[in-house]
Design a protein around this ligand. Structure first.
Ligand SMILES: NC(=O)c1ccc[n+]([C@@H]2O[C@H](COP(=O)([O-])OP(=O)(O)OC[C@H]3O[C@@H](n4cnc5c(N)ncnc54)[C@H](OP(=O)(O)O)[C@@H]3O)[C@@H](O)[C@H]2O)c1
Length: 454
């Protein structure tokens, strides 16, 4: 039986961090503990009994981590936030670089107080990630850039902070990372209310090694009222990314996308805004999403002509049931040396065995999120007959339908990564096993083609 990986690996590091914070029996790790600041109201909180998530990140020092532990006292709503300075013990700089982003202690409530503790590398991580996490995953070059992405990436769209809560999100992200998925995709508007996915995932990312992760976000759809709350003006893109960084609790994202084409804003302004964002250090790479081949080629021309930050990646919709990008976009992307990450490779769950039974699964996205009441309403009968034929073919290959659908997306050299969603950890596990069988015979490809053209 599959062990619950998250719970299984948690305890020891939390205990050591609590020790270091002086929250349990004092030991030699309490050396360096220093109460930095009393509560905003000047009152001191009682000694905490509970503990919350630990956030850790490499702070630049070879042996130091900055750790934030939110500790809530049981019963009286008081809390303590414990921080690790990026300096080694007795370091000259007790206030961490970027400490402002940590100050305020709002999550600890009005009675929060700040404590700096010094931990050596590794001790502060709440979860011990699998040492072999890079052995099974395949990493593919994103176009002609230096960026390597996992063949399978994980997105948060409607799941995390939507119809799945923080516990499921944490379990899926941790398991995914343990299995070599280093790339997690978000957008300003994901989750409910819009932005909640970034807030939920942001809390979890603080428990993960930032430098080993590729985090993306996007802007383009409506986020706030008024003329500056959507589309692709410089005003909107820059403001939206600032908001995303706050929700994600990050200093930068690895990839920032223009989420959809804007029929009115000049492409020059949009591409210059993306370039500005890279020069400001708020994103390392930029990309576009949902641009047609022609729109992408026009954006690419602007970038080349003006010497702007390259379009490193394109994020289109692509799967067995939606193939427009194949002829419309991929040739342009390959010519430009731009990588492609395909979203909805499982057509939001249709290309799995989920809808092959007699009834609509009550815990499916179709039922929970889209409000569908019957199987026919969720997936029309003609499409289900196609899915059943594909399912048979997948079984003959020794795969599930989901695995065959992902392998099929990854068969094209233009495709860097398949961007899946998961509403339970088993989805992540099953989908990653796709990598055990990526090849197709010509006969299999022909049979898939015949089914899809029916
Ligand atoms: N750029 C854009 O405009 C855009 C638009 C949409 C999405 N995206 C990105 O693409 C990501 C993925 O989108 P998506 O969630 O629609 O992708 P998807 O992989 O096509 O669908 C994911 C859904 O399929 C089901 N599923 C996954 N693996 C399964 C398995 N092994 N067995 C059974 N069911 C399985 C689950 O459905 P249930 O939840 O029903 O169980 C899961 O939520 C998003 O999170 C987002 O990052 C981008």
């Amino acid at each position: 039986m599959q062990q619950n990986a998250v719970q299984g690996n948690f305890r020891r590091p939390i205990e050591s961090a609590r020790h270091a914070a002086g929250l349990s029996t004092p030991g030699n790790r309490t050396r360096g503990l220093r109460e930095e600041q009393a509560t905003r109201s000047g009152r001191r909180s009682g000694r905490p009994r509970g503990h919350g998530p630990i956030q850790a990140m490499d702070a630049g020092h070879p042996q130091a981590l900055r750790v934030s532990i939110l500790v809530r006292a049981v019963g009286n709503r008081r809390g303590v936030r414990v921080r690790l300075s990026p300096t080694a013990p007795q370091g000259a700089n007790p206030r961490p670089k970027g400490a402002k982003a940590w100050s305020g202690g709002r999550r600890g409530g009005p009675h929060a107080r700040f404590v700096h503790v010094f931990l050596t590398s590794g001790e502060g991580l709440a979860y011990e990630f699998a040492a072999q996490r890079y052995e099974r995953m395949r990493y593919r070059r994103c176009g002609r850039s230096g960026l390597l992405l996992p063949a399978i990436s994980l997105g948060a769209w409607e799941t995390f902070g939507g119809y799945r809560g923080e516990d499921v999100a944490r379990e899926c992200l941790f398991r995914a990372f343990d299995l070599g998925i280093t790339h997690f995709d978000l957008a300003n508007n994901y989750g409910r209310p819009p932005g909640n996915a970034e807030a939920v995932v942001g809390r979890i990312l603080g428990e993960m090694p930032r430098d080993e992760l590729i985090i993306s976000t996007k802007a383009g759809y409506r986020m706030w009222p008024g003329p500056y709350g959507e589309w692709l003006s410089k005003k909107y893109l820059v403001s939206s990314l600032d908001q995303s960084l706050r929700r994600l609790q990050l200093d930068y994202v690895d990839i920032f996308y223009a989420h959809r084409p804007d029929p009115e804003t000049p492409l020059e302004e949009t591409m210059e805004a993306l370039d500005l964002i890279v020069r400001q250090g708020k994103a390392l790479y930029v990309g576009v999403s949902n641009f047609s081949g022609v729109q992408f080629a026009a954006a690419q021309q602007v970038v080349v002509r003006r010497g702007l930050a390259p379009i490193t990646i394109h994020q289109p919709y692509y799967n067995m049931l939606g193939r427009r990008a194949e002829t419309d976009l991929f040739p342009h992307a390959e010519r430009a040396g731009t990588g492609v990450i395909c979203y909805c490779p499982l057509a939001q769950g249709e290309l799995t065995d989920k809808y092959l039974g007699d009834a609509l699964p009550p815990d499916s996205r179709a039922a929970l999120w889209r409000g569908k009441r019957t199987l026919d309403e969720a997936v029309p009968p003609e499409r289900r007959s196609k899915l059943r034929a594909l399912h048979e073919l997948a079984r003959a290959r020794g795969q599930s339908l989901a695995q065959m659908a992902l392998a099929w997306v990854l068969r094209l050299p233009a495709v860097t990564s398949a961007l899946i969603g998961a509403s339970r950890v088993e989805h992540v596990e099953e989908n990653i096993r796709t990598l055990e069988h990526l090849d197709f015979s010509q006969d299999e490809l022909d049979r898939i083609e015949a089914i899809l053209r029916r």
